[in-house]
Each structure stands twice: as C-alpha cells, then as structure tokens.
Design a protein around this ligand. Structure first.
Ligand code: FAD
Length: 327
C-alpha cells in the first residue's frame, strides 16, 4: 500500500473543479489498489481548502506555503514535488493536464525517472497497474497506455473526464513540505499577475456548457451574439481557429488540436464546419449541438442535435427561448 498523489490546481484559495474530479478518480483507483490518496497543494491557501479536499477523498495534504510556489514559474514547483516524492512512497501522481503542469511533470519526470501520460480521459486498474485512456492523432484513435513497470507514473487528467463526488472523508492529515530551492529555481519571479477579461464567464476548460463560434459568424460582431447566448445559459465562449486567426476572438479561447481541449456537458457550435483539428478539442463533449447552414458539414457526423439553418436566424430565437425558460 502506498500513496497516490494528486497535485491540486487552485485559484484564489479554491481548488478548481478538475482537482476535485482528480481526487474522485484517485479515490476510485485507490479503492482497487489499496493505496491512500494524498493531495499536494503548492502555494498559499492549503488550510482553507483542507476540508473540501478531505471530503473528496484526500487522507493527507502535503503543502508548501511559499510565494515561490505561486503562478506559472516551473522550477520551484518541480523541486517542491521532488521533495514530496522524497517524503512519500508514492509511485503515481495525477495532475491537471494543462500546458503549465505538463511542463512541470515533464521536467520532474526527467529528474526522478518517471513516465508521463497526458490528457487521460479515463484511468483503470488492471493486474495491479494503472492504465490511462487517451486520444491520439487528433482524436482519430483511442489508446490505452501505461508507464513501464518499476517507474513512477505521472498521469495528466483531462477536464470533466470524471464527475467530482464527495467520498465522506474528514479533514486530511496535513504535512508541510520542506523545500530548499536551487539557485536556478529562484532566478525567475512572478512580479504581477494580470487577469485577462472575461472573468464573468466560466473558463471553457471547466464550464459545463460551451458556446463556440466559427468562420460562419462572418465577422467579430458575431461573437457578441455568441456571448449573448452564453450569458443566457451560463456558458463559456470558445472559437474555431479560423475565427481566432481572423482576429475575431482571442486565441486563448481557441478549441482544437492547437488550442484548448474541452469536454463540457454541452457544446453548442455555430458556423463551425467540424474540421478534424477542431473536433480533436471538443469531440468528447457529452452532448454536441451544431448549427450550420450546410447539411453536409462534417460537424453533423458527431452532433447529437443538429440544426440546419442560418445561425443569424437560429441563435436569436434560441436566446429568446432559453432566456424565457431560465427566467
Ligand atoms: C496543424 C493545424 C492545426 C489546426 N488546429 C486547429 C484548432 O486547434 N482548432 C480549430 O478550430 N481549427 C484548427 N485548424 C484549422 C482547421 O483545419 C479548420 O480550418 C478550422 O477549424 C475551420 O474553422 P471553421 O469551422 O470556423 O471554418 P470553416 O471550415 O470555414 O467553416 C465555416 C462553417 O460555417 C458555416 N456557415 C457559414 N455561414 C453560416 C451561417 N450564416 N449560419 C450557419 N452556418 C454558416 C459553413 O457552412 C461552414 O461549415 C488547424 C489546422 C491545421 C493545419
């Protein structure tokens, strides 16, 4: 029996939804392997979140309450995690499969001779080993992979692959991590964090509903319509690469192979053809609605509900109906 570590992604003292989903996944895995779940919190605010982490399955909470742990500087986090691995007998670490943490995981893996699997949409236990499911080749194939025997496994979990569930656990045992940073790790410091706009809408990686617009919108004004639809139903707004390349919407909202990967409960795409590179970022959405005037558009091949029509006729009516229904 050993520990199964979950690196908690958090913002303003709150664990992000994906962190609670990872704890739920880890708790399920630990139920089969006989391991215990330990959360790792880098940065301030661990004590305020301890009960929530415990309720979602963390029996232990490793924390490093240092300003060097904040933000997106990689090396301090790598060295802190290395210190956790020295204290813990863990052979598996789950992390949120975003760009920054992938960088942390890769560097840590080199140091401790671990294998890294990213963007897992499921994890299972077979013959005592943890295997992960992930899409490859832009979502054309699904693979099941595991790290070679005898090596530590770092597994990046995709958003919304698991539902977050409380497991009835109490407050976790808290363990402060003792970290001595190398000179290189302190060479860069975050001096200011500027929050980009859109704070009123959920992040597309975490949102239960995502409304996405493409070239079919015709111009950037079309995104005002997307935002109206999103605000009527509490959704985040995403875009195809054609739309972001045209400068109609910021690149950080691009969905797809070279953008964000999302898996919301509901994706509503308007004026998006459904190119393979776009589908790679959204095809694991639980329900896909496509609005497109071309009945042959490839997006209809993966849509659960399709509306063939001009989005400028369909979307305003949709907003009217949904606004009336949602009060
Ligand atoms: C290496 C590489 C990486 C890429 N990465 C990405 C990526 O991450 N994400 C991504 O999205 N793309 C990516 N692409 C680009 C991708 O191949 C497509 O070009 C892009 O997704 C097309 O965007 P779109 O669907 O908005 O535009 P289009 O393919 O032009 O489709 C527009 C759609 O809107 C419909 N339409 C037009 N007017 C209306 C209207 N009034 N009402 C309703 N429907 C209408 C049309 O019928 C059409 O189906 C990548 C390409 C490459 C080569």
């Amino acid at each position: 029996m050993s520990e199964l570590l979950v690196l908690i992604d958090h913002s303003e003292g709150e664990p992000r939804k994906l962190s609670l989903q990872m704890l739920t996944a880890a708790t399920q895995v630990a139920g089969e392997t006989g391991d215990t779940v330990a959360a790792v919190w880098l940065g301030e605010g661990a004590s305020g979140a301890a009960d929530t982490l415990g309720a979602h399955g963390a029996a232990k909470l490793y924390h490093w309450d240092s300003e060097d742990a904040q933000g997106y500087v990689t090396l301090p986090q790598v060295e802190a995690l290395e210190a956790v691995l020295e204290q813990s007998d863990a052979t598996t670490l789950f992390f949120a499969s975003g760009n920054h943490v992938k960088d942390v995981a890769a560097r840590l893996a080199i140091r401790v001779d671990a294998g890294v699997i990213t963007d897992a949409t499921n994890v299972e236990v077979a013959d005592g080993a943890i295997s992960a499911t992930k899409e490859v080749f832009g979502g054309e194939m699904i693979t099941r992979c595991k790290v070679a025997e005898g090596k530590k496994a770092f597994i990046g979990i995709s958003p919304n692959a698991f539902a977050a569930e409380e497991s009835g656990g109490g407050s976790p045992e808290t363990v402060a991590i003792d970290v001595t940073l190398s000179e290189a790790a302190t060479a860069s410091k975050i001096t200011e964090v500027v929050k980009q706009g859109d704070a009123d809408r959920p992040d597309i990686g975490e949102a239960a509903i995502v409304v996405a617009g493409g070239r079919g919108l015709g111009d950037e004004k079309g995104f005002e319509l997307m935002e109206q639809l999103a605000d009527a139903i509490g959704a985040g707004v995403g875009a195809s690469r054609a739309a972001t390349d045209a400068g109609w919407y910021p690149h950080r909202f691009q969905i797809g192979q070279t953008g964000r990967t999302i898996a919301p409960m509901l994706y509503i795409g308007s004026g998006i053809s459904g190119a393979i590179q776009h589908r790679a970022g959204m095809q694991t959405s639980q329900n896909i609605v496509a609005i497109n005037k071309d009945p042959e558009a490839p997006i209809f091949q993966i849509a659960d509900f399709g509306v063939v029509g001009d989005l400028y006729d369909v979307v305003p009516k949709l907003i009217e109906e949904l606004s009336a229904k949602m009060g």
